[in-house]
Ligand binder design. Structure first.
Ligand code: HEM
Length: 505
């Protein structure tokens, strides 16, 4: 009898505690769900485009709402005001990453020892600062580095030329070119696609994408981590990723150590060189942190830009007017006798505006990377305790039809003023464009990505006419598919050379 009373008291106490700790949650607008399961079934969408569902919900619930799935809950921010408040005005309070709920993420990041999924800490600051400094030099300042970018683009041009006028799917060519820009950044080397080490880079990025996908695949392992002892297929993929990462890291380390032995002080460094020195100098940074962050950068730096440019080629092949205007601009600003340079950007406003529109229209990272509150804070006046997961719906921000006219039309002109110049950074359209997030966790590769996409768009316009091939797919952003980042279905293009003398060896 005493035992039964004890159990009842315990259940009552736990449900009281549960309600107490969740009292804050009740204040947030939310969709009514089922008891216990809450919104579980409502968020199961066929195309895994959960950001589109949240954008629809925001029309009814407003710019900020809560979602509950079983005993887990998170806040979704959809409006400019709310996203700006969280990322910029209260950036420090919201600069955490959620770490409780995902076994897969914990396992994959070796206990959050990486750069992207760790919480802010002195070590994170050191790693981020060194990466940022290295990437910024890589992205804008140094001519030598621009040459590396262009040398990868040269390879892409030569692959496109090799196809003659035959239709082909450009996905793998783009992917290899972008990966080689990343290998230049990371280890100061470009590789042949047949090199063993290059195969590991490609494999690392491919399985990283599969394992980190935000769709429902593999979610069972988060709920029941013990499944890993019973041949769970998601766990096997995580194991495969770990082995690939270890093999790649060993090869990279051998190369870096060899460079150090050669001892050429003038030798330009990759980020891996920078990090190996940091390990020596800073007790806070261990080799594991460098290894995990290295694989973060391979994934974050490759799939984002390569998918943006891939989707742009599909858009370009279906917008011949825009293509003619871009060609006119590059012909007059650069001409047929030299390669495009980053310095040309200020004289090519339409190309610059096209880059901004690619970032808005495609929004390749539609929900950003999840944040978490680190302190007791608030959003839109509603209180939030520490440890709450927050999703920034960048898709909703970039496709809000109350702000953007015809948001599903590709219109670079929205970033041009009456004189045809790119609108200033303080213009509302530029302020509402946040493809890289903002605040303390803003994307480390922003400058590099913008420069790289500019060079790719300008070079394509200078050298090729791009037409649709026989395999056609929609270029409507609502039809994209979801992995770790958004991408379109496979398609083919045909290219005709406008200039045979540039970008040749
Ligand atoms: C079109 C290209 C890209 C887009 C749209 C993009 C977008 C994003 C977004 C939305 C975030 C999350 C920001 C947040 O947490 O609020 C992010 C984080 C990050 N990105 Fe990018 N990114 C791109 C290219 C790159 C490149 C080229 C690199 C590296 C060379 C890179 C490295 C990173 C890293 C390391 C983080 C995590 C920063 C942190 O947690 O402190 N990204 N990116």
């Amino acid at each position: 009898m005493l035992f039964q009373v004890g159990v009842i008291c315990l259940v009552l106490f736990l449900s009281w505690r549960y309600n107490q700790t969740r009292a804050w949650l009740k204040k947030f607008p939310q969709k009514k769900g089922l008891p216990v399961l809450r919104n579980f079934f409502q968020v199961q969408v066929k195309d895994h485009r959960i950001e589109k569902l949240f954008t629809e919900w925001s029309k009814e619930l407003g710019g900020v709402f809560a979602v509950q799935i079983l005993n887990k809950s998170f806040i979704v921010l959809n409006s400019f005001e709310a996203i700006h408040e969280a990322l910029v005005e209260k950036g420090e309070s919201f600069s955490g990453r959620p770490q409780q709920s995902s076994f897969r993420l914990r396992y994959n990041t070796r206990g959050f020892s990486d750069l992207v999924f760790t919480n802010p800490s002195p070590r994170w600051k050191l790693m981020r600062k060194s990466a940022h400094r290295h990437i910024r030099m890589f992205g804008s300042g140094l001519k030598r580095i621009e040459a590396l970018n262009l040398s990868a683009i040269k390879e892409l041009v030569s692959e496109f030329r090799r196809r003659g006028t035959k239709p082909f799917d450009p996905r793998n060519d783009i992917h290899s070119a972008i990966m080689n820009i990343m290998t230049s950044l990371l280890v100061n080397r470009k590789y042949k696609t047949t090199d063993e080490i290059f195969g590991y880079f490609i494999e690392m990025e491919k399985i990283g994408n599969e394992n980190l996908t935000s769709s429902g695949k593999g979610v069972e392992l988060d709920t029941f981590p013990w499944l890993r002892f019973f041949g769970n297929s998601t766990f096997k993929k995580l194991e495969h990723q770990r082995l690939t990462r270890d093999k790649l890291w060993k090869l990279v380390k051998d190369q870096v150590m060899e460079d150090f032995r050669q001892g050429d002080k003038n030798q330009a460094e990759g980020l891996a060189h920078v990090w190996f020195k940091l390990i020596e100098e800073e007790p806070l940074v261990e080799e594991l942190n460098a290894k995990m962050s290295f694989s973060n950068l391979i994934i974050a730096g490759t799939s984002t830009t390569s998918n943006s440019f891939y989707m742009f080629l599909n858009i370009l092949s279906q917008h011949p007017d825009l293509q003619s205007k871009l060609q006119e601009e590059v012909d007059s600003a650069v001409g047929p006798n030299r390669c495009v340079s980053l310095d040309d950007k200020s004289r090519m406003p339409l190309t610059h505006a096209t880059v901004l529109e690619i970032l808005r229209y495609t929004t390749v990272v539609p929900l950003g990377i999840p944040h978490a509150s680190l302190t007791t804070t608030s959003i839109s006046g509603l209180s939030i305790p520490p440890g709450v997961q927050v999703l920034n719906n960048l898709w909703a921000l970039h496709h809000d039809d109350k702000f953007w006219e015809a948001p599903y039309e590709f219109k670079p002109e929205r970033f041009l003023d009456a004189d045809g110049d790119v609108v200033s950074a303080s213009h509302p359209n530029r302020k509402h464009l946040m493809p890289f997030g903002a605040g303390p966790r803003v994307c480390v590769g922003e400058v590099l990505a913008i420069g790289r996409i500019f060079l790719l768009v300008a070079t394509t316009s200078q050298v090729f006419n791009v037409d649709q091939g026989p395999v056609k797919v929609s270029c409507d952003a609502r039809d994209y598919g979801h992995g770790l980042v958004l991408t379109s279905e496979d398609f083919e293009i045909k290219v005709n050379s406008r200039n045979d003398s540039l970008y040749v060896d």
